[in-house]
Design a protein around this ligand. Sequence first.
Ligand code: DC
Length: 229
Amino acid sequence: MKKITIAIDGFSSCGKSTMAKDLARQVGYVYVDTGAMYRAVTLYCIEHNLVADGKVNVDVLRRQMGQIHISFQLNGQTGCPDTYLNGLKVEDRIRGMEVSALVSTVAALDFVREALVRQQKQMGADKGVVMDGRDIGTVVFPDAELKVFVTASAEVRAQRRYDELQAKGEDASFEEILQNVQHRDYVDQHREVSPLVQAADAVVLDNSHMSIAEQNEWLMNQFMQALEK
Ligand code: DC
């Protein structure tokens, strides 16, 4: 059967990963969470003392980039891929506030993007992939057969992240999360290298008032239409 490439881009915490993961599982495609890759590099910086006063030691990170190996392994229990950094599972640690607060700074570094985009292109070289991020439809796979640009209001997205952290027992205030979401939106849209922009040929989905089931159904319809083209 024909396999296509699906690029899902959009703002942070707008449910991209949930819909991308669900679609990949349903149609038997590989799912790649590129945000997790930028988060893993950020965790590496924190764990190797490359961060001081909210600033990353760019020269040392550049030299050590070749030693940072990120991979995904399917978790039999959740049915989703877990993120590994240099062989160690970091899935939970990359989702915490410390990484979230610094990740857009790391994701704005050109040499970090070059290294990760190269890896992402390889991961999707055989098609049959659902990849989510910020620059998938514009930079990583500009020829993707289906491009979706997802958006939702900042408040709705902050509430979703808050609920997620609460469920994990992590302490965080709604205000702090909202500020983090707004800050990341700004940095993602205004950075020099590959800023978050909607691809001209992307289909837009505002899911502020949609349930997970509704957005999954919407995406499945888009997938079926793209297959027929
Ligand atoms: O999707 P997320 O919140 O896990 O992404 C974490 C950060 O990484 C976010 O600030 C944007 C950045 N990112 C990026 O610049 N390019 C991507 N392809 C994916 C994520």
